[in-house]
Design a protein around this ligand. Sequence first.
Ligand code: RIB
Ligand code: CA
Length: 309
Amino acid sequence: MTHHLLIDTDPGVDDALAILMAHTHPDARIAALTVTAGNVGLHHTLSNALKLCEVAGIDAPVFPGAPLPLVATPEDAAYVHGRDGFGDTGYTPATREAETEHAALAMLRLSRERDGELTFVMLGPLTNLALALSLDPTLPQRVPRLIIMGGAVTGLGNTRIPVEFNTGFDPEAARIVFERWPEFELVDWEATLRHGLPHEKCDRWFATNHPLARFYNAISTNTRAWAAGLRGNTWHSADALAMAQVLEPGGALEVAERAVSVELGGQFARGMTVVDWAGRNETPANARILMRYDQARFEALVQCAVGAG
Ligand code: RIB
Ligand code: CA
């Protein structure tokens, strides 16, 4: 079965790895990239998406999306990904232009043109999808599979204490998506922490002379060095793990089905994912939370993404 993917993304070093995983996978076709602000501003995330397409030979259309969260004040992650979101390598911008259609409108149009065919993969803040859902609440009926990288299901966040970056960047958008999309798959930050990529393997995979390895090594060197100083000998690539779940769901070893919502208030909790682990609210489960994935299978997909497999 071929996965036809609409990937919503804020590239972003780990977004780039996830997109390369999809591009190099024999059972996947990238139908579109919809781009949002997040890790860095939309100017950079859009440029990065176009550059990655040029380097990898991805001919999917790239649609510009939301430059700002719905309500929140944007707080980027340039400290992780570099000021430009791609390791500040000073690359020559791609020659290809982005589409002029807004990402949210492209999501709706493509869902109608390819009704029942597309998997939506959300690798950044959920602003574009929230806008699309607000324009047309019937969208989920035409998209059989939604995978979201976001949240921290027991409060072990990576920005504010209990908050993960994507839901924290635009909590209102996350609340809209979590409440209006009946069932989705969730790959959270804590699962990412449980599936670290050993730095010594990454160093080897990204050091080959393959064009994708050379490009990825250049954009990821700084963030991997930063991560090593912070978290030791494994590197955590959230979007890559989410894409592994997209491409090979058979690699999931444990999944928990629970009701998950997003907190909008609170000095510390705004943007956190709140999981009804004990089923106390009797709210139907909306999320299939990835708890464990086959690590060897994950690492094989990463290797293939940069031509090292
Ligand atoms: O918390 C990790 C997520 O935030 C990833 O998608 C990363 O790219 C950033 O967007
Ligand atoms: Ca991302």
